[in-house]
Design a protein around this ligand. Structure first.
Ligand code: FAD
Length: 571
């Protein structure tokens, strides 16, 4: 027995971190009758989850079913088995398939969180058996953040890249309509801008610049945080977890730093580590991730996730896996912004190509982000260091019609309205391709040859090198009005533009090894009693793959739910 007098505070369960998995765990545990505490190191709650797209990949979910969708656990298993391969952790993956739909249905019945199915958002690997062209990704509904009251200023802000014009919230479904220029897109955008403008009184009253109706990851976190408020579940900000307390072979609490002093918090039923990966720790990045990689290329909140939970778990003998993997995402470094911006959709728009400094394409630009950066690393080996950075190259027609990172389409934001400090850092411009290539240090002949090829492919509709636009996933963000291939258009009309793109990430993928109950295990499979890990603190259940949009948050929330139920069942 632990001597209670040694502890400053006493709870049944402590959750470290305040991302989506953590808050899901806290709500679930409290519903099971546990006294729960959530501790968050920074002065903002929500972590990377708050600035994410908020999509969750939940196969066989009830929203899809209600719309007549057809998915089965066996189909999902086939898909994941094909994607992950022989290294698949069958008990964990089968548990995920079984519990993910239960988790989201339970959460919608017991919290303010609401999702809708993104029926057109395909899984990421169309070539695999078990793939679905839509229905497994759920997209948060808009959430009115005035419900957060005093806790509103502490909500981590959405990333600018996720907001229309840097300020207006939109769901992933709305973003898709606009980006693919599907019927009605102009009217929809005008309505959204009008709605934002008309709500000026709220912004004036609250001093808030952000949209009252928040979307994506911000809606996910805000609605879960509002539920914690409803249910009086405490969340301590500025509370830094530093150490696990283990007694009699069982984790029974943590040490935190709060208000300048250390406190010991008792947690008889266990500790759930949900404090993200090690993406914000330069030393651990250097130690585990492939080179080159830089903390500045990561799109995650600066200084937040530094891998303390990983190191603490390792101290107790925990096994680890996938430490050399991240949720790779190409990114732009925008001058004046503190973190990189992930480049998720724009790579599929017709007329922008990506080349290395030899001027050669090496990847289907529209490929899923994890695969894109994996190809960057592979090509960098071949070119012996000439692939970081790569260059997104496009012409005046593309510039007029489409966004690329923070460059809104020229028809909305002409060059003269772009920030001066962006020129020759975020983007380069020249009248001819030769001049552009010289400016950015790319081989002139290589680039011209590549452009000649792509212009031919745009005409025929077939990318003979990488089959860009050759599947339903690529075409999701293609321009539906462009024929014959919505992802291909010529790079022909000057002036020409180039933007450096890096191999960034939206979090690390490796971490503490867990079993199907989200319990942390040792290399021999023995459980570390009382210790759970979820989200990017744990090694991903998805192995080295990213099966569909929401492939990180779906498991984080599902294993948060599972961990809470398991902790509650402990004697
Ligand atoms: P986090 O959400 O980062 O939460 C960890 C929390 O722990 C942080 O608040 C941190 O401050 C806190 N913490 C860290 N150390 C300590 C400590 N010592 N003590 C106390 N607290 C601590 N994934 C999807 O599945 N779907 C998407 O649509 C999606 N879109 C994305 C878009 C963008 C722009 C980005 C950047 C990411 C996106 N992701 C998406 C990835 C996803 O957001 C992350 O993988 C996920 O949020 C990780 O969740 P987590 O709970 O592990 O970490």
């Amino acid at each position: 027995m632990t001597d209670q007098s040694e502890f400053n505070t006493d709870y049944d369960l402590v959750v470290v971190g305040s991302g989506a998995g953590a808050l899901t765990a806290a709500i679930t545990a409290q519903a099971q009758g546990l006294r729960v505490l959530v501790v968050e190191k920074t002065d903002k709650y929500g972590g990377t989850s708050a600035l994410s797209g908020g999509g969750i990949w939940i196969p066989c979910n009830h929203h899809f079913k209600a719309k007549g969708g057809n998915d089965t656990p066996e189909k999902v298993w086939t898909y994941l088995k094909n994607a992950i391969g022989d290294d698949i952790d069958e008990p964990r993956v089968r548990t995920y398939i079984d519990k993910a739909p239960e988790m989201i249905q339970w959460l919608e019945n017991n919290s303010r969180l609401r999702y809708a199915v993104a029926e057109k958002y395909p899984d990421y690997y169309p070539h695999l058996d078990g793939f679905l062209p839509g229905g497994r990704t759920l997209d948060p509904e808009l959430f009115d953040i005035s419900a957060l009251k005093d806790e509103l200023p502490n909500l981590r802000q959405a990333s600018r890249g996720n907001l229309l014009m840097g300020k207006i919230s939109w769901t992933a479904r709305q973003a898709h309509v606009a980006m693919s220029k599907s019927p009605g897109w102009r009217l929809m955008l005008m309505w959204m801008m009008l709605r934002y403008k008309m709500d000026f009184m709220w912004r004036k009253k609250t001093g808030e610049q952000r949209d009252r109706r928040t979307a994506l990851g911000n809606a996910l976190i805000a609605s879960l945080r509002a539920t914690l408020i409803d249910k009086n579940i405490p969340l301590w900000l500025n509370t830094n977890f530093v150490e696990l307390i283990e007694e009699d072979g069982r984790v029974c609490g943590i040490v935190v730093e709060r208000n300048g002093r250390q406190q010991r918090i008792r947690a008889d039923k266990g500790v759930i580590l949900a404090s993200g990966g090690f993406e914000q720790n330069p030393a651990l990045r250097e130690k585990y991730l492939p080179q080159p990689n830089k903390i500045e290329w990561s799109a995650t909140p600066e200084g937040a996730n530094t891998g303390v939970a990983l190191e603490q778990g390792q101290k107790l003998g925990a096994a680890t896996a996938l430490l050399d993997w991240a949720w790779w995402t190409p990114s732009f470094l925008v001058p004046g912004e503190t973190k990189a911006r992930g480049v998720f959709a724009e790579r599929a728009f017709p007329g922008a190509i990506v080349v290395n400094s030899l001027g050669k394409r090496y990847v289907n630009e529209a490929a899923p982000y994890l695969e894109f950066v994996t190809s960057m690393y592979a090509d960098n080996k071949v070119t012996q260091g000439k692939t970081f950075p790569s260059w997104v190259v496009f012409d005046a027609k593309f510039r007029f019609n489409y966004a690329m990172g923070p460059l809104m389409p020229g028809q909305i934001m002409p060059d003269m309205r772009l920030r001066k400090e962006w020129l020759n850092k975020l983007y380069y411009k020249a009248d001819t391709l030769e001049e552009l290539a010289q400016k950015i240090g790319v081989d002139v002949a290589g680039l011209k040859e590549t452009v000649k090829k792509i212009n031919h492919y745009a005409e025929t509709g077939v990318d003979e090198d990488f089959d860009r636009g050759g599947n339903v996933f690529d075409r999701y963000y293609g321009d539906s009005n462009v024929k014959p291939n919505p992802c291909l258009a010529p790079v022909a009309k000057g002036p020409f533009y180039a933007m450096p793109i890096q191999g960034g990430d939206i979090g690390t993928k490796g971490g503490l090894l867990t079993n199907k109950h989200a319990q942390v295990v040792k290399p021999d499979g023995q459980v570390i009693k009382g210790l759970y890990a979820i989200g990017n603190t744990s090694a991903s259940v998805m192995g080295t793959t990213y099966p569909g949009a929401g492939g990180t948050l779906g498991p984080a929330m599902t294993f948060g739910y599972i961990a809470a139920l398991d902790a509650a069942a402990q004697k």
